[in-house]
Design a protein around this ligand. Structure first.
Ligand SMILES: Cc1cc2nc3c(=O)[nH]c(=O)nc-3n(C[C@H](O)[C@H](O)[C@H](O)COP(=O)(O)OP(=O)(O)OC[C@H]3O[C@@H](n4cnc5c(N)ncnc54)[C@H](O)[C@@H]3O)c2cc1C
Length: 349
């Protein structure tokens, strides 16, 4: 493999039912930064699906300079085999230096298959990506390679973080946790170069047939989309007592989320869990109420714009990441805060 032949930063632009997934736009934001650090001019999005050409302009507005479109009926709904064939064919033809895929259910299935087919490595579930030297610190007798993709992810149950590189193979592939990278502000009217590419598909015995798609009906709000999150931990004490958090969320037009202890106790569904094994969130305001601030929880919320912690233990680690902290009993503080906000809003009319 001649590494020099591989150029440019590519992202897999996931779409479902002809709608781009948020992660595609987040990856474009990160790809722009990486491309700048590599002195690359172009960021390329790879769009697979059937009749998906209408999504190209959105990708351009969020930073794609070029969109490679593979449009084929075989790609209408996600299936491992045709998507793997399409994405690995794109890699073989266009030879990217870096390929980013969202760590969604689709990306976690697709990424490893593709990396294996094109014979390269993949770092799963990354929370940070940089361009730098590898090994990070020069080791005597070992060549230090420059401008490598440094892929960082939690390891050993979140007790440490590992930075991984793929210096000898290309592309350097990573799946990236949704909610971690930031979209750029869209540039209205931006246009991308469109390259149509079709590697050809042959239905064969490896192809699964989709007989029916049954969509999960969730009555739970998407906490990754919320601007204000009122998050409760074990300290809330009972599922019934979450009512005081719901009251606060209501006056703020926010959404309730929680720690893993709450999910493990069966008080709230897993969809509301913030953290390493839950969701990564980045709201404008994050209330951490009765949450101790374990590393695995903090990993999912530390990028919030403003963090307000309420905890009766003044030494709780959550205060290390909080912008504002209130030490005291949440049963007194939360209703009082809700009342004050209600009064302030009423006074404002
Ligand atoms: C591999 C792995 C993955 C994990 N992933 C996640 C994850 O994704 N998300 C996650 O959240 N955790 C995760 N955890 C669990 C994590 O380590 C903690 O156990 C968990 O976050 C603790 O939840 P908590 O803060 O609600 O409970 P606790 O740690 O029990 O904290 C409760 C807090 O409430 C405070 N409190 C109690 N009563 C009151 C009161 N009346 N008023 C005010 N404060 C009060 C206490 O002082 C305490 O700080 C993971 C663990 C492992 C090993």
């Amino acid at each position: 493999m001649s590494l020099e032949e591989y150029k440019g930063v590519f992202i897999f632009a996931q779409q479902v039912d002809n709608e781009l997934s948020g992660i595609a736009l987040e990856l474009l934001g990160k790809a722009k930064d990486l491309a700048n650090d590599l002195d690359e001019k172009k960021v390329t999005a790879v769009l697979l699906g059937e009749k998906v050409g209408n999504l190209v302009d959105t990708l351009a507005e969020y930073g794609a300079d070029r969109v490679i479109v593979v449009d084929d009926p075989a790609l209408k709904d996600y299936r491992t085999e045709p998507y793997t064939h399409a994405l690995s064919s794109v890699i073989k033809e266009f030879k990217p230096e870096i390929l980013l895929v969202g760590a969604t259910a689709i990306g976690r299935d697709l990424g490893p298959r593709v990396s294996s087919r094109v014979h390269t490595g993949l770092t799963a579930d990354c929370t940070q990506l940089d361009i730098g030297d590898f090994p990070l610190n020069a080791v005597e007798g070992q060549e230090q390679k420059h401008k490598q993709l440094l892929m960082t992810r939690p390891a050993f149950g979140g007790n440490t973080i590992a930075t991984i590189a793929c210096p000898d193979f290309r592309p350097q592939m990573a799946t990236v946790r949704p909610g971690v990278m930031q979209k750029i502000t869209p540039v209205k009217g931006a246009k991308a170069e469109v390259v149509e590419f079709n590697p050809g598909f042959e239905e064969n015995s490896c192809y699964t047939k989709i007989l029916e798609i049954v969509k999960a009906v969730s009555e739970v709000e998407d906490i990754q989309e919320a601007k204000i999150l009122v998050s409760g931990g074990r300290g809330v004490g009972s599922p019934e007592n979450f009512k005081i958090l719901e009251d606060l969320a209501k006056v703020l037009h926010g959404t309730v989320s929680c720690s893993r202890a709450v999910v493990d106790s069966g008080w709230k569904p897993k969809d509301l869990q913030v953290g390493q094994t839950g969701k990564t969130v980045r709201p404008k305001v994050y209330f951490a109420i009765g949450i101790s601030g374990a590393i695995q929880h903090v990993a999912g919320m530390e990028e919030s714009d403003l963090i307000i912690a309420i905890n009766k233990d003044e030494n709780a680690p959550i205060f290390d990441v909080a912008d504002y902290g209130v030490v005291g009993d949440l049963n007194k503080i939360v209703p009082a805060l809700t009342k004050k906000i209600e009064e302030a809003l009423a006074a404002k009319g």
